[in-house]
Design a protein around this ligand. Structure first.
Ligand SMILES: NC(=O)c1ccc[n+]([C@@H]2O[C@H](COP(=O)([O-])OP(=O)(O)OC[C@H]3O[C@@H](n4cnc5c(N)ncnc54)[C@H](OP(=O)(O)O)[C@@H]3O)[C@@H](O)[C@H]2O)c1
Length: 279
C-alpha cells in the first residue's frame, strides 16, 4: 500500500497559483477519503487549498474538485512521514500563496495489530504514519502561524484514541500519543491566537476500513459528514470534535467506568471483523 515517495513539486497545477487574498489551507492525505472531503469543504467555504499526499492521479482528481468549487488548488506530492519533504512543501505553499491559515494534519494509515501480538515494528509503523506525519506538518507550519498570531491546526485523530480497541493496539497507541500532543499544543498556543482542534471520528466509509465489517451501532459515516464537522469545529474554535455525536455516550460511560466501557466494546462487538480479501 505504501507508494514510493515523490519529491515535492508545485508544477502539477494547470495554472500557477497567485498570492492569495483568501484564507489558505494545507491538507495532508488530501488525495482521497476524509482529507479530500475536507479540502473540498474548505474550498466551498472560501479557502484556497494546498493538497499533499503521495498518489499523483488521486491528488489531481481531488484538486479538480477544489478548482470546480471556485478555489485555487496547489498539488504537492509529498510523503508526510518525510520531515524534509514536508518542510519543502510548506515553503512551496508560502511561496505560492503567501500565507497559511488552516493546517490539517490528516494523513494516516490503519493496520490491525492485536494487543496480544503487537510488535515493536507494528508500533514504529503506526507512530511513523499517524504521529510523526502529523508532527512534521505542524512543526513546519508553527513558526508562520505563531508569527501571524492567528490560524488553525486541525488534527485528524480517531475515537480509538479515546477507547483503545483490543485489535487496534498499535494504531490506538499512536493516535493516543497524538491526542495528548494536540491537547498540550492547544493550551500552549492559546496565547499566540492559534487554535488547535483534534477530531475524533468513529468509523468512516473510506478505503482505509473498506475491508472492515462493523456493527450497526458504529456504522460507517461518510467522509463528507466528517468534513462538515471539521468546518463547524473551525467556525466555533472547538477544542475537540467527536463525530458522529452519539459516540460521546460510549466515551462518557468509559470515563465513568473503564470496565463498563470494556464490556460495551465486547457485547457490541465494536472491534468489527475484517473481511478476507477477494481471491
Ligand atoms: N476511515 C476511518 O474509519 C477513520 C476513522 C477515524 C479516523 N480516521 C483518520 O482519518 C484520517 C484519514 O483517513 P481516511 O479514512 O480518509 O483514510 P484513506 O481513505 O486511506 O486516506 C488516507 C490518506 O492519507 C494519505 N497518506 C497516507 N500515508 C501517507 C504518507 N506517508 N504521506 C502522505 N500521505 C499519506 C493517503 O494518500 P496517498 O496514499 O496518496 O499518500 C490518503 O490521502 C487518518 O488520519 C485516519 O486515521 C479514519
Amino acid at each position: 500500500m505504501t507508494a514510493a515517495p515523490v519529491p515535492p513539486s508545485s508544477t502539477s497545477s494547470p495554472s500557477s497559483p497567485r498570492a492569495s487574498t483568501r484564507p489558505v489551507a494545507i491538507v495532508t492525505g488530501a488525495s482521497r477519503g476524509i482529507g479530500a472531503a475536507i479540502a473540498l469543504e474548505l474550498a466551498r467555504a472560501g479557502h484556497d487549498v494546498a493538497l499533499l499526499a503521495r498518489s499523483v492521479p488521486d491528488l489531481a482528481r481531488s484538486a479538480a474538485a477544489v478548482r470546480a468549487a471556485g478555489a485555487q488548488a496547489l498539488v504537492l506530492p509529498t510523503d508526510a512521514t518525510d520531515a524534509a519533504a514536508v518542510g519543502a512543501s510548506v515553503r512551496a505553499v508560502q511561496q505560492a500563496f503567501g500565507r497559511i491559515d488552516v493546517v490539517v494534519a490528516n494523513a494516516g494509515v490503519y493496520r490491525r495489530a492485536p494487543a496480544t501480538a503487537v510488535t515493536r515494528a507494528d508500533l514504529e509503523l503506526a507512530l511513523r504514519d499517524n504521529f510523526w506525519s502529523a508532527f512534521h506538518l505542524i512543526e513546519a507550519c508553527l513558526p508562520l502561524l505563531r508569527a501571524q498570531r492567528r490560524g488553525h491546526v486541525v488534527i485528524l485523530n480517531s475515537f480509538d484514541a479515546k477507547k483503545g480497541l483490543p485489535l487496534d493496539a498499535a494504531y490506538a497507541a499512536a493516535k493516543a500519543a497524538l491526542a495528548s500532543f494536540g491537547a498540550s499544543l492547544r493550551q500552549a498556543l492559546r496565547a499566540d491566537g492559534v487554535h488547535v482542534c483534534s477530531v475524533f471520528p468513529g468509523r468512516v466509509d473510506t478505503a482505509m476500513v473498506g475491508q472492515l465489517e462493523v456493527p450497526a451501532i458504529s456504522a460507517k459515516i461518510s467522509a463528507e459528514r466528517v468534513a462538515r464537522a471539521v468546518l463547524r469545529g473551525l467556525r466555533w474554535r472547538r477544542a475537540e470534535v467527536l463525530v458522529p455525536w452519539h459516540i460521546r455516550s460510549l466515551w462518557w460511560l468509559d470515563v465513568l467506568s473503564p470496565r463498563l466501557g470494556d464490556w460495551l466494546v465486547r457485547v457490541l462487538r465494536l472491534d468489527g471483523r475484517e473481511r478476507a480479501p477477494r481471491a
